[in-house]
Design a protein around this ligand. Structure first.
Ligand SMILES: [Zn+2]
Length: 298
């Protein structure tokens, strides 16, 4: 399966891919100027020139940025996950809610507004001007670069989230489901660890030969990657439940003392652990309480 991969810088957290498959762009980079200016340039007079439509894997800020900020992209026909349209058309509101949620969860951290300003810049976006022509659901077929691919609903990292399967070549465009780190990746308001596990199992059953993720290069060992991701969930759940068995705790302290993380990653890992704990709470294994001094597990 032919495709071209282009990496664009995002604020704070490395790069994000934009793929070109024939005349279609898969995702459009981060909203922030560092990414969107480069995307705009590539569309106007570079390797992305001549694209005729856009396909979204999921509505996270580093995947729909060009659609929200580059007029030439906003006006192209968009194929987006069903369930993403309201979010895309109210993106400023989504970013505001995302910032509020992260501020609430990181109470007691001293996280500053400026961090959110950099990663979740709120200004005027294309929003309603994005030309959505088709909403995709599980089992649909999309034509990409002259090939037929099957849409695979894969929520967890985000809901909605889609992967695209080209069975003849064993290629799975896997969005952000299988991260190169092998770990569940937090994103505000749209994550669900239980759904993530189900989606990993579902993708494993498709038995792909190559995963094309939206961060980093293609992975030619899908089985090992998926097993590693599933094992990481199991290990993380075990650690949280073992710790809970010793009594109530504060998530921030678990991250520092149990996971040994005390640098700039503390906030992000705390948010990730919060998603795990919500999953465990739904299973009836603990109670999570967000307070002014942090997230308590009881
Ligand atoms: Zn994402």
């Amino acid at each position: 399966m032919q495709y071209e991969r282009f990496e664009f810088q995002q604020p704070e957290w490395g790069e994000v891919n934009v793929l070109r498959v024939g005349d279609t762009l898969v995702d459009t980079g981060h909203v922030a100027p560092v990414s969107r200016d480069a995307v705009r340039e590539a569309v106007e007079d570079g390797p992305l020139a001549g694209v005729e439509r856009v396909l979204h894997t999921h509505p996270h800020i580093d995947h729909v940025g060009g659609s929200q900020t580059v007029d030439a992209l906003a006006e192209l026909p968009h194929l987006v996950p069903a369930g993403a349209v309201d979010l895309l058309y109210g993106y400023t509101d989504y970013l505001r809610r995302a910032r509020e949620e992260m501020t609430r969860l990181l109470a007691g951290f001293g996280a500053t507004d400026s961090q959110w300003d950099r990663y979740f810049p709120i200004e005027s976006y294309a929003e309603e001007r994005i030309e959505v022509t088709r909403e995709l659901t599980d089992g649909d077929t999309v034509e990409l670069g002259g090939e037929s691919l099957t849409v695979v609903s894969t929520p967890g990292h985000a809901d909605p989230h889609l992967a695209f399967h080209h069975e003849p070549s064993g290629t799975l465009f896997s969005g952000d489901l299988v991260d190169p780190s092998g770990r569940f990746q937090y994103g505000p308001l749209l994550g669900d660890v239980g759904a993530y596990v189900e989606s990993l199992r579902r993708v494993r059953a498709l038995d792909p030969d190559v995963l094309v993720p939206m961060h980093g290069p293609a992975m030619d060992d899908p089985d090992a990657r998926i097993e590693r991701a599933l094992a990481d969930v199991e290990r993380t759940v075990d650690r949280l439940l073992t710790h809970r068995a010793d009594g109530p705790f504060l998530v921030r302290e678990f991250v520092v003392e149990e996971l040994g993380i005390d640098d700039f990653r503390v906030g992000y890992v705390t948010l990730t652990m919060y998603e795990y704990l919500r999953y465990l709470e739904r299973r009836g294994e603990c109670t999570v309480r967000v307070a002014d001094d942090g997230i308590h597990v009881e």
